[in-house]
Every structure is written in structure tokens, then in C-alpha cells.
Design a protein around this ligand. Sequence first.
Ligand code: ADP
Ligand code: MG
Length: 910
Amino acid sequence: MASGGGNNRNGTHRNSLKGTTTTSTASTDKPLSVNSNPSKPAFKNKSSPLTGASSGLRKSSPGSLGGGAAKDDAGVPGRVRVAVRLRPRNAEESVADADFADCVELQPELKRLKLRKNNWDTDTYEFDEVLTEFASQKRVYEVVAKPVVEGVLDGYNGTIMAYGQTGTGKTYTLGRLGEEDTANRGIMVRAMEDILAEVSPEIDYVLVSYLQLYMESLQDLLDPTNDNISIVEEPKSGDVSLPGATLVEIRDQQSFLELLRLGEAHRHAANTKLNTESSRSHALLMVHVKRTVKGREAAHSSDNGNSTSMARSLRPPLVRKGKLVVVDLAGSERIDKSGSDGHTREEAKSINLSLSALGKCINALAENSAHVPVRDSKLTRLLRDSFGGTARTSLVITVGPSPRHRGETASTIMFGQRAMKVENMLKLKEEFDYKSLARRLDIQLDKLIMEHERKQKAFEVEIERITAEAQNRISEAERNYADAVEKERLKYQKDYMESIKKLEEKWMMNQQNQGDERKMVHIAEEVAEVKKLLSKETSLRKAAEEEVDNLKSQLAQLKMSEASANSEILKLRKMVEDEVCQKEKLEGEISMLQSQLLHLSFEADETRKRLDRGGPGKVPGGLDSPVSQVRSQLKDSGNGEKASVAKLFEQVGLQKILSLLEAEDADVRIHAVKVVANLAAEETNQQKIVEAGGLKSLLMLLGSSEDETIHRVAAGAIANLAMNEKNQELIMSQGGISLLSTTASHAKDPQTLRMVAGAIANLCGNDKLQTKLRGEGGIKALLEIVKCGHPDVLAQVARGIANFAKCESRASTQGSKTGRSLLIEDGALPWIVQNANSDASPIRRHTELALCHLAQHEVNAKDMISEGALWELVRISQDCPREDIRTLAHRTLASSPDFIAGLKRLRIDY
Ligand code: ADP
Ligand code: MG
């Protein structure tokens, strides 16, 4: 319930007919001023009379989809809708009231209810919907609850509430489970059926809590031990939450019915223990629905033809969160205050408290009163969004027909009439789901890694298989060759032995038959035969040699095929290497995505904050040093972002982030340099960044990039790193001064000059680097920068000069420096004198300090007197708000002979 003067309401209320109510039966025939109410046609809807603003609301939804969550702040007006339901006569009434007419008469087609005052007089009232004793549960649901449930599914909060005397059918309307006959199902059961049919179980969720409010104590009906739940209101959004209440996720209708049964059993047990009835307590069912908006990506990419797939996958899903509250109120009849009900007076007061507070709030809202007493009871605190808030609210008031309860019936009707005047401002609850985007990117990364590993494994197996096959073939060929050679060798050996044996036998025989001429002839024959045998042997041997050659050529062929197998292996190896390259590229892309995601969430967060602060026109102002600005930006982005920077740091690795500084795509380079600058603002990261070569890359960017944003952010990061002595030496040795002064000479944005001057100012504070810094033109660069005239820039220059003068003074005191100040040598004195009395206090403070340091050393005195510094020193010694500087100036003037002479000459009485 919105408190105060009703800024959400436009003051055009629908008037009840009570104002024009006729007081006699006769005058009811006069036409009632049904159309006197201008807002009525706008709310009227053919299919469901209680949908009211829903048609307007639906039209506004697509607009808000395209424009994002932040633009939908205005809301849509939506009046509280009220239906009246009449219970049929029950058995007791049929007997007891048999001779009497009902005290109410309904005219559903005119949406009117007539309340009999006496035999000749009735009052007439008009409602958004009039439900007779014959109205089915299905019709009641469709008319009262369905539009509210649809709103919840679209991301709006919704309330359905029943009000009326005990026994008139509140629980019948809201809470019936319809186990014996499904036609009897009440609003809770039907609402959950509609919700479950619309949500997708994989990406959406439905969470339910069920509570009872009795005597201002809130009890958990799903966990009876939890009987004192506290209500937490978020001051900014006005959202109400119950952190102590049990939340059960509902995935199907059956588990919801079991939950309702369990809640009912606990309610019964609790009421028995407290010795009361459920009619004395309020029951609240809360259903939280989160849905991911579908089709949004498709709509966007067709809007913008050149959006890349990378940008698409970076877009976080949009979620809508609606909360449905169903309230079965305690009976509206007054409790006997005498205590005859078994209660003391105090208890009776406490029991009545929430309901009467609700009545008071509705009266205040209906009358547009300046104060709405929302905080008077727990019920009104719980329902602050339902009346005068951002929820769509539907109220059903239940009445009985009996003339004996005319008084209670009349007061119920009046409650309904006043509630009809309450105007809500419906608001879409929509936000980006960054967590699920990050989860999606993680899953994508895991998939790519798995795919790569799978391919690599397959290649390795293939290589092993080919190698083994080649090895097998080679050893088989070698075996065959050895077998064949061995076989041939054995065959020859055998043949040879046999031939020798035969020759020996023949020779023996020849010996024996020597001298026998007859036998000579025979021998000649024998010899011829032997010759024949020999030639046969020779040809056999030739054949064997051919066989050997053949085998040799086969072996050579096998060797060749082995070589080709080897080249195949080499090719596969190359493919594996290509895969590895591809994987590295993908990883680079992923880290870039993550850096962009980080940047996007920074920007989203900043935009949100800027909106919170009151619009984009505001610029964060006047910080003393760029370091503190970067720091504060990082601080602003909150712990969540810090954690995500650290997480990104871990996941992506510094090396990869730094490598993105040299990316081809200018946008990526800008994102990367911003991420590095954010990291460099944290002292803990600085060492790591320098060790990984980040400082070198940042300096290189100053030289190589043309983009001023890069120059500004890189110079800011260098200024941060330049706070450390070791890094100062590194920056100097890598040509930092000349890079920074070139950057300054091209800069158009004073913020760039401020970062550059800040970096040089830090370097000026290093005792060891004085001569080198001056030699490379550091002081001249600062004097060039002052031409821009911006006070923030001048403050940094003054800080640098003061740092330099302080180090120089220290060196002169220690004797390691002689001669005039290098600042005077480089012509800085006129500027210092000119700004020593600047209106901007940081500039004045630093220049005053610089003058005091310079004045410490007699060698500088003549120049200082001739440049007019003496006047300034006198002024400082008298007016400077800092006592130490005042004293220093005074002491210096009093002790330097040159200054004393100068004062005398100028006739300054000191
Ligand atoms: P309440 O919750 O307002 O105290 P109940 O819902 O418990 O009232 O209803 C009281 C009795 O009236 C119950 O027995 C219920 O079944 C009956 N009843 C209520 N409304 C109707 C109706 N529209 N049709 C039939 N019976 C009804
Ligand atoms: Mg009841």
C-alpha cells in the first residue's frame, strides 16, 4: 500500500453508486447513472470483465521488451477490481428463513446488487462483476483470478483476496481442492494449473510459501516450528520479503495439492493449540514465478542486421519475476469485545487489529488521504504492494442471503465499494540474468575443450593403428624373405651333396674298370650324363637366383610403402598441430568475450547507478588525483564486480588479457585497456601486471595507438603504476617521458592531459630520477600541458612541480646537488609565482609548497626576487592556512641575507 498523497493515483476514481443510491423502491426504476463514470469504458473487456487495464498492459509489454528493463518505470494505471459473490441458502437457512425473502437481490446483467433495508426500501450498488449463487467455480476463476494470473506470468505482481463474514464462502472460493469433483476446484488450484502450463521446467521456476497470520504473529504453515516470521521491506523498491518462510519449488500439480493439504493440516493443528478457529486467522499463499523471456534475441538480430554472432551470444537473457499472493482473510464479523468468545478484551483487540487496519488503509486510499497507516499492522505491511502499489489486485467479497445477517452483509458491501476506488500503478518486474549468461559461456567453453580432446584422442589412436599396421607388414615381409632364402639354401645343399655322391661313385667305378677299353666307352657316356646333370644344376641355380631377385624387389616395394605410411603420420601430426592452433584461437576469443562481458556489466551497473543518481547528465566531479578517480570507479562498481574482476583474472589469466591490448579489433583493444586499468587501480595487482609485461604494453599503446580513449585510459593505468618506486625507474628506462609528452601534445580531452600530468607528477617525486627526468624534457612537458588551463590539469602539474622541488631541496641539503634549481633553469618560476595565489586550493597548496622549497637555497634567491616571488613568500608567511608552510616561509625569509636585503630594498616592513 503506497503511503502519502497517492502520487501513483490520478484521482479519477470510479464512483460507487452509493452516492446516487435511491432510497425508495419506486425510484430504483429511474435510470442509474451507470455511464456517469468516464473511466468505465476503458476498463471494460468483452471476454473477462475484471481484466480491466490488461488490454492496455499487454500493448505496453512489447515496447518494454525492446527498450529493456530500465525504461518501463512509469507503470500502467490499474484500479483494484471487485466482484461480489452470493452463497446459496444452506440447509439451516432454508428452514429458519423459509418465510423471509433474501436480504440481497442480484442483477448480474447490470452488475448491480440490491440490499433490502426493509420491506419498502433498498440500496443499490454497482460492482465490477456480480456472481450469483449459481455461478460455477470455473466462471468465478475466469472472472476474478485469470487476468491476475496472466499478469503474474507476464512479470507483474498480483493479488487475489476474499473478504466476507465467516461462512459466506471465502475458503470455498479460494481454497477448495476439488478432490471429489474437479468442477469444485477453487482459485488456488486453478491458478497453479495455469502457471504450470506456461512455465518451462528447465529454465523457469515456481516457488511457493504458505502462511497464517493470527494475533499479529506470522506462522509458517509448511514448517509449524517456525511461528514468528519477520517481514522485511526494502526501502528503495518497497518490495516485501519474508526471509524466514519456507519456499518449496513446485514442478507438478500433484505436489502443489500435497503442499496445500499439508498447510491445511498444520493450520488445523496450530489453531487447536491456540484454541481458536481458522475463521479468526488470515491465510496467505505466495507464489513466486520466474520466467525467461523467449524470442527476444531473434527480434534483436532482425532489428539490427550487422549484429555479430559474438554480440548475440553475449546478450544476457531477460527474466521476468511475478509474485502472486492469494489471501483468505479472517471473517469480517466483529468479535464480541466483552470476551464471551473465550478471549480477553486485549486478545479481541489483537485479533481484530490486522483486518481493521486494512479497512483504515483502504478508506485512506479511497479518499486520497495524505496519510495511509500502512505500518499499523502486519497484514497491511504484507499487502502494501496490493493496494496503492504496483500489483494488479482482484478482490472478491462474499455475502450470504440471510436477512438475519443484513448488518454484516451491508458492511462487507461498503468495504468492497471503497476498495473499488483504490488505484494501483502496475509495474513490470524485468531484469537481465547475467549469471545465466556466464553459465552459458562456461558450458560453451567446456564443450569446445571436450570436442578438442575427443578429436586429439581419435588422431592419436589412428596414428597408433597405422604405425602398428606398417610394422606388421614389414616384419611379415622380412619373415617371408628369410624363409624363402633358407628353403632355397637347403635345397641347393641337398642337390649339391647328391651330385657329389654320384660323381664319387662313378669315379670309383671308373677306377676299377681302368684299362678296360670297353668300359672307356661307358665312361664317356657317364661323363656326358654328368655334364647333363651339371647343366641342369646350373639352370636350377639360375632359377633360384631369379627367385631371390624377385624377393629383393618385393622387399624394396614394402620399404617404399613404409615410407609412405611415415609421411601419412607426418600429415596427421600436422593436422593435430593445426587443431591446437585452432583451440588457442578459440580460447582467445572466449577471453575476449569474457572481457566484454565484464565491461558490459560495468557499463550496465554504471548506467543503473547513473539513473539512480538522477540522469546521465551528471559527471563525477573534482577528484584530486586520477588515481583516486580510478579507485573510486572500481569501488563504485561494488563487491560483485570486484569479485568478477578477480574471477576473470583467475579464469582468463593476466597474460591473455594483456595479449588483447595488441588485438586487431579497436573495440577489443579499448575493452582490454579498460580492464587492465581497472586491475592496475588495485595495489595487489600492480606487481603482477608489471611482471607480465603490462607496463611495457601500456607504454607501447601510447606510442602506437591513435585513439584518444586508449591514450586516456592507458595514461591513467601508467599513473597508477607510477606510484611505486621500482615502476618509476622502469617507466623512465622505457622512454616514458617522451611517450607521455607526445601523448600530451596530441591530446584534445583535458582528462587525458590530467592522466599524463598525474603520471609525470608521480615520477617527479623520485629522488634518483631528477636529472634524467629533466634531461628528457619532463619539466618542459609539464609547462606545455598548463596551456590547456583546466583546473584539474593545473592541479596535477602543480603537484609534480612541488614533488620535484621537494626532492631537489633534499638533494641540496645533503650536498649532492649544487647550483640553481633545474625548475628555474627550465623557466618554471614565472608560472609558479603566477599560480601561487590561485583560487583553486589544490593548485595554490602545491605551488606555495614549491616556492618554500625553492627559497630554502640561497642560489635561487636572486631569481626568485627578480621574478616577484618575494611578495608571494611574504603573503604565504602571513596568510597561508597551513601553519607548517607559514612557519617555513617565515623562517626562510628571516634567515636568508638576500631576501632580507630584498625586503629592505622594496621597503617591506618585515
Ligand atoms: P468462509 O471461508 O467464508 O468461512 P466457507 O468457504 O467455509 O466460508 O463456506 C461455508 C459453507 O458454505 C461451506 O460448507 C461451503 O461448502 C458452503 N458454500 C460456500 N459457498 C458456496 C457456494 N457458492 N455454493 C455452495 N456451497 C457453498
Ligand atoms: Mg474460511
